[in-house]
Design a protein around this ligand. Structure first.
Ligand code: SIN
Length: 532
């Protein structure tokens, strides 16, 4: 059995993981563990783009202000300053690596999205930004002598003893290994388990949209990294804030495909089932209001229309503009018989982005020595209670770079978060029972429960009921054996973290809306930290 030790073990191969791998490879040996192909990730589906203050008249200060406003009082100002201040450098790095951002008259084209006061969204291939960045990074990873990639391999445990990380236990599910430089490990065979020792472990597994019945996220987005880190003893924060994207395709037999907010940035209008535009009745920024506002408005209009979806209408723009600016969306809708240059698109909200995650400082460090996190799986409170559109790709780049700097000793000493800082700390009861699962159709049951009870609008009764059901599932299920069992265990852990935090927060703020506590309360301007 191969017992190679790595300087860096990175779990997840989205933009956060691959950017970390490429930067870390300049300083040591790197292993990337990913449960699908190298490019099976959430980042790949990011359409709108990546926000950075690079345009005329724009500034890091304006970008910072918009981010803080969207975050509804829960952003960490230091983290936001880092994100917006270092954003343009990260973009320059991507351009140097060959990401083909769209241009107009020789200049980078900048789009507009909800709650941004300036046009500052860079995009590539029209609406295929995530794919272009992911492919650029993946090609560089494949070419690197220093990076080994284990595809089709599940991380099932972060190994930590006495507050320090020592490696990762993995389980193969029989797929191929990606790079020409990869070692062929025993773990490539189905069901084989082994511990890979490592000095630094990075959790970069992306989001958990698959917890919900309707999501813009792909199959792989099951929150694994958050569960693994939590079970290893890491603090997890802000889990009650799950962002629902307002506009996902809502057609029978079609996937819940993302319809980028950039469409509204280009002038698309939301209409209700009766054909009336409605957003100006909900917010002064109308169709470009913050996402939580738009999602709730659509949900309200749908309820009024007996469940019929809202319509996103871009048919008033010239057809060539629509099809060239949004080629992916245009083609996907055509597959389902919709010509978006001529007719409105039925849309409904869907789970999209996890603002919470493994608690990190602004250098990607967790409370466990050697364990780091970045991207959607991490939480530096940079997005607060509600992420500003297109800040997520920027977050992955800025904080993965800092994380690598921290591993090299180029960061101030780690300071454990102050226990007297006013945040609420909650421990889940019976954490030990979390190794459980697989009811018949367990995943679908979980997704339905989360969608119904822990979705866009929540209340104490349904949250409490959900907590009890999840608890029961965990207590009555056998220990996980297969990769699918471990994945479902992870989903249950993350679902419990979300439900527990949502139950505790007795107010409405950002993406967390409680019907029984509809107001925002100053008393709750604090984070909920769940301690593993
Ligand atoms: C979108 O294109 O609307 C999604 C981008 C994001 O979530 O920031």
């Amino acid at each position: 059995m191969d017992t190679t030790r790595y300087d860096y073990i990175i779990i997840g191969s989205g933009i956060a993981g691959l950017n970390t791998a490429l930067l870390a490879a300049e300083h040591g040996s790197v292993l990337v563990v990913t449960k699908g192909r190298i490019d099976d990730c959430n980042s790949r589906y990011a359409q709108g783009g990546i926000a950075a203050a690079i345009g005329p008249g724009d500034s890091a200060t304006l970008h910072e202000r918009d981010t803080l406003d969207a975050g509804a009082g829960l952003c960490d100002p230091e983290a936001v300053g880092v994100l917006t201040g270092q954003g343009p450098d990260s973009i320059a790095g991507l351009i140097q690596w060959g990401v083909p951002f769209d241009t107009i008259h020789g200049q980078i084209a900048l789009g507009r999205e909800g709650a941004h006061s300036m046009p500052r969204i860079l995009h590539a291939g029209g609406d295929a930004t995530g794919m272009h960045i992911e492919d650029t990074l993946a090609n560089r990873v494949r070419a690197s002598e220093q990076i080994t990639v284990l595809e089709y391999t599940h991380a099932i445990r972060v190994c930590a003893e006495e507050g320090a990380v020592s490696g990762v236990e993995v389980m193969g599910d029989g797929g191929e290994i990606a790079t020409a430089h990869a070692h062929r490990h025993d773990s490539g065979r189905n069901g084989d388990r082994r511990v890979i020792p490592g000095s630094v472990v990075v959790v970069s597994t992306g989001g958990a949209g698959q917890l919900y019945r309707y999501t813009t996220n792909p199959e792989v987005a099951t929150g694994d990294g958050v569960a693994l880190a939590y079970l290893a003893g890491a603090d997890v924060m802000d889990m009650e804030f799950y962002q629902f994207h307002p506009t996902a395709l809502c057609l029978e037999d079609a996937p819940t495909f993302l319809l980028s907010e950039a469409m509204r940035g280009e002038g698309a209008i939301l209409r209700n089932a009766g054909g009336e535009p409605f957003m100006s009745g909900y917010h002064p920024m109308a169709d470009l209001a913050p996402r939580d506002v738009v999602s709730r408005a659509i949900a309200a209009e749908m309820e009024r229309a007996g469940g019929r979806p809202a319509m996103l209408d871009i048919s008033h723009l010239p057809p060539a503009t629509v099809s060239s600016r949004f080629p992916t969306i245009y083609a996907e809708c055509r597959r389902y018989g919709l010509d978006i240059t001529r007719e409105p698109i039925p849309v409904a909200p869907a789970a999209h982005y996890m603002m919470g995650g493994v608690r990190i400082d602004t250098w990607g460090r967790t409370n466990i020595a050697g364990l780091y996190a970045c991207g959607e799986a991490a939480c530096a409170a940079v997005h607060g209670a509600n992420r500003l559109a297109s800040n997520s790709l920027l977050d992955t780049l800025v904080f993965s770079r800092r994380l690598v700097e921290a591993t090299l000793g180029n960061a101030p000493e780690y300071e454990a978060p102050d226990d007297e800082d006013g945040n609420l700390r909650v421990g889940l009861s019976n954490r030990a029972m979390v190794c459980a699962t697989v009811p018949e159709r367990g995943k679908e049951n979980l997704q339905d429960l989360m969608w119904r009870n822990v979705g866009i609008a929540r209340n104490g009764t349904r949250l409490l009921l959900s907590a009890r059901i999840l608890n029961l599932w965990q207590r009555t299920m056998p220990l996980p054996e297969t990769a699918a069992d471990f994945e479902l265990r992870n989903m249950l852990v993350v679902a419990r973290l979300i439900v527990e935090a949502a139950l505790q927060r007795r107010e409405s703020r950002g993406a967390h809306y409680r019907e029984d506590f509809a107001e925002t309360s100053e008393e709750w301007r604090r984070h909920i930290v769940l301690r593993g």
